[in-house]
Design a protein around this ligand. Sequence first.
Ligand code: G3P
Ligand code: MG
Length: 242
Amino acid sequence: MGLLMSEMIGHRGVASLAPENTLAGIRKAAELGLEWIELDVTLLGDGTAVMFHDPRLNRTTNGRGHLKKQTLAAIKSLDAGSWHSEHWCGEKVPELDETLSLIKELGLGLNLELKPNRCDLHRLVGQVITALEQADFPAEKLLVSSFNHKALVLFRGRSEHRIGCLFETLSRSWSHKAQQVGAVSIHVNAEKLTEAGAKAVKAGGYELYCYTVNDTQLLSRLKSWQVDGVFSDCPRNLERCL
Ligand code: G3P
Ligand code: MG
């Protein structure tokens, strides 16, 4: 079992039960008793850091077009809840600042995934570091990750917060990249992880987390490989396997 995060991490909040990357999703995760959640952070065109996964608005809001062309005022006028279900109608895309405040208030742990989606990396990293400082976010409740290695290098250059390296698959360079940023954990696509890969990560002294795990068979396989924790959209369905 992992020491850095928990065995079960709510993916994008708790994506099957509430709209992803929203304050409602964070509250829902806390209500379910989850201790850690994962959220994606990116920048709007005006430089505001917001919680959002896709490069475009279409899937998770009632807006259209690219997120990087939006201002904060424009994004706040959108509904980021109705696409999930009518129950969440009126839910907004949250800014990083308000997100950190709520998570801190609820006492949750946060895996903050830097999701550049072609925004300026220096600006994204700068905004994230400023927001973490302003929120006085507890270091032991934070783990920063990204698929974008350059973003992690920039982050490490300016912060001592814990870093996890995110990979779709474990390439030959995974260990070198992890060492370069002083990572404490490796996060891999659960479907692409092999037993040999899991062994190599553990032998390297890293904790190992897998995304996105929504079925019990997959969870059992990963647990038999000593995976420390998983990101799940529907943690309730997996509880009996823990
Ligand atoms: O951080 C784990 C997972 O969220 C990575 O994939 O596309 O859901 O951000 P994605
Ligand atoms: Mg993510």
